[in-house]
Design a protein around this ligand. Structure first.
Ligand code: GLC
Length: 654
């Protein structure tokens, strides 16, 4: 079936959507799932707590205890190191072998095995050779060469004075390496913040999925692939966790918001400890927010890993394919919704506190679109997933139509809304969502530049959230959810509103801030989200990397370069804070952590991409011709023609 037909079927409601039974796994999938579940371990006396464990057998004498390596590779007595790594890796290999048996050794296993062999020669040479072959082919397949059509590197580089900038970059690399967290001797992620001045750690000592994305990209662009591969595979195992909050379990494909490596005493043996992975799916998070963005970022990182390293064996693994499908099935499941956008609760993404973004926030929609495109590229064609791919394609078209059409505002569109008729009961209403023109806030009338526009924050019946949200807009550019014209207009707006959005430190998370009664009602009087602070109009240096990707995609890297230059004036002196406060980002955030890893990594990725713009391809997705065709079919199709009862294809014998 052509995509055009698919679109028409969506409109007519006759496309086979995923039914409940179809959401169940195929036999091979469920086998696989149960195998990966074997690696979980229930702790005695703790009903809900489960750990992914790695049985690091350690001696308890103080001078040879394994110390969990946050900050640097564990410095310990070599003989103990050896035994710890050995048992960790044996455990890993065992738990993964069922999963990878079909295609021989998974590279993750082989890679660890290779490391082992260099330590104590435990692993036979054949595995190691396999790994080396992968490496070789990676080098051959090196995706990015200097002959891409991206803008010349020199123009961007020349804009920077060299001396202090180099030292800022060096410092950033040092900090990023110090933030690495090790699990059984292998790097697995980066800690959210390492602020020695903070007395209240909360969960900033965890590895957050969304925070790791810029770290992972920085490592990929540096050619250091292991940490990203380990992160992808370990978080995948956490996906199938038994997760509950007050007896309720969220959907199976949910990825955690964060996880922690803990060293705990081994059951029944006081003298030994083990390292365990302890995830948080929101059941411990402040506000109990579900991290909808985690799985979407995971898919985006997985694609970037394959594209950058040339190692496609990770995305081809059966367990990884299953992981992708689980995330997709969770997102594509039928609900009550009339819209193709994902319906989520407040706080389900980077803004993980109540900020009035429940419903269909742009950030989630842009990540959803991006993840759908990435997944489409990676999913292995097989009979069992045809329905899923069909649903995915239909959703891509409907989602891009919906966002481009209904989320977009510029001067012209505001003027249209200003003149809207309301209470239109008809199939061809102009004001479909019954938006009352009085909703157009006075700030917007003043703020919207003549040249430029953006995608609004949220759309619900009788509600348009006109706030500008940076991440959602930037990722809509990067993922091609916004059209080419819209993408340029978004960058035009950022340039026109530089003093508001960039000011003294890039980049405002959203604009404007909620104040007064609005702040009281919408945030619930949240003292952390006071006007122009934190999520409520605060400025977040980590957003530099998404800004850079969007600018490079539109061939306008000089905008990002200018923002990086502003950041460089203060970011290191200010100790890499998590966020800045005030309208012009003049103060370090009230409760901002120092040495926030994604501030460091966001800066580094921006620098790496500006130095080598063609590398941004690992993050960018382009709309392909199938989608363009389907989209134009959709626009020209008359939705009314498709109405009427769903025709049944089933025959009944009476
Ligand atoms: C805050 C941010 C969230 C981030 C976390 C760890 O909760 O809102 O986006 O992931 O800190 O840095």
């Amino acid at each position: 079936m052509g995509t055009c037909d698919a679109v028409l079927q969506v409109l007519g409601g006759v496309v086979p959507r995923l039914s409940l039974s179809e959401k169940c796994f195929s036999i091979s999938d469920s086998n696989l799932l149960s195998k990966s579940l074997f690696t979980h371990r229930k702790k005695k006396g703790s009903k809900h707590m489960q750990f992914l464990h790695c049985s690091s057998l350690l001696r308890s004498s103080s001078n040879n205890r394994w110390v969990l390596g946050i900050g640097r590779a564990p410095h310990i007595n070599i003989s103990v190191h050896r035994s710890a790594v050995t048992s960790c890796n044996c455990q890993q290999a065992e738990s993964m072998s069922g999963i990878t048996s079909e295609n021989g050794n998974g590279t993750w296993y082989v890679d660890n095995a290779r490391k082992l062999s260099t330590i104590n020669g435990l692993v036979k040479g054949t595995d190691i050779l396999d790994f080396d072959k992968v490496r070789e082919s990676k080098e051959e397949n090196e995706v990015f060469t200097s002959n891409g059509n991206a803008p010349a590197v020199e123009t961007v580089r020349d804009a920077f004075p060299n001396v202090c900038v180099d030292s800022i970059e060096d410092e950033a690399w040092e900090l990023l390496r110090e933030s690495m967290v090790y699990y059984c001797g292998s790097p697995i992620g980066t800690i959210a913040a390492q602020d020695p001045t903070s007395s209240n750690v909360l969960n900033y000592d965890q590895i957050f999925i969304r925070d790791f994305i810029p770290s992972g990209i920085a490592f990929l662009l540096k050619g250091e692939y292991d940490i990203v591969r380990n992160f992808i595979l370990h978080t995948l195992q956490l996906q199938s966790w038994e997760k509950t909050m007050d007896c309720h379990s969220p959907g199976q494909g949910l990825m955690p918001a964060s996880f922690k490596v803990r060293t705990v005493p081994l059951d029944g043996d006081e003298s030994t400890t083990e390292e365990v992975l302890d995830p948080d799916f929101g059941e411990a998070a402040i506000g109990r927010v579900a991290p909808v963005d985690s799985g979407l970022w995971w898919i985006i990182l997985l694609r970037a890993y394959g594209k950058c390293s040339g190692d496609l064996t990770v995305q081809e693994r059966i367990d990884v394919q299953t992981g992708i499908k689980m995330i997709l099935r969770l997102c594509l499941a039928d609900g009550f919704d009339m819209f193709p956008t994902l319906l989520v609760t407040d706080g389900s993404c980077m803004i993980d506190r109540r900020m009035g973004i429940h419903g269909h926030p742009l950030e989630i929609q842009s990540l959803f679109y991006s993840a759908l495109l990435c997944a489409r590229e990676m999913l292995a064609p097989e009979d069992g997933s045809a329905d899923l791919i069909q649903a995915l394609n239909n959703r891509l078209v409907a989602l891009s139509f919906h966002i481009r059409e209904y989320y977009w505002i510029d001067m012209k569109k505001i003027n249209e809304i200003y003149r809207y008729k309301t209470e239109e009961y008809s199939y061809d209403a102009v004001n479909k969502f019954n938006i009352y023109p009085d909703q157009i806030s006075p700030w917007l009338v003043e703020w919207m530049p003549n040249k430029g526009g953006y995608l609004i924050g949220n759309l619900q019946p009788a509600h348009m959230d006109f706030r500008f949200f940076s991440l959602g807009n930037l990722w809509s550019v990067a993922s091609s959810l916004a059209t080419v014209d819209q993408s340029h207009a978004i960058l035009d707006l950022i340039e026109a509103k530089w003093a508001d959005l960039v000011a003294d430190m890039p980049l405002k998370i959203c604009y404007p801030a909620l104040e007064g009664q609005e702040w009281q009602i919408i945030t619930g009087c949240d003292p952390k989200n006071t006007p122009w602070s934190y999520h409520n109009g605060g400025s977040w240096p980590t957003l530099l990397w998404q800004l850079t990707v969007a600018c490079i995609k539109m061939n306008r890297p000089e905008i990002a370069a200018k923002a990086v230059e502003i950041a460089e004036k203060r970011i290191s002196k200010d100790k890499w804070p998590e966020y800045y406060d005030t309208k012009r980002a003049r103060f370090i955030g009230k409760q901002a952590r120092f040495f926030q890893t994604w501030s460091v990594a966001g800066y580094l990725v921006a620098k790496q991409l500006l130095a080598n713009p063609s590398a941004a391809k690992i993050l960018i997705t382009e709309e392909d011709s199938d989608l363009v065709n389907a989209f134009s079919c959709m626009i020209s199709a008359n939705p009314r023609r498709k109405r009427g009862p769903k025709r049944s294809t089933q025959t009944y014998i009476v």
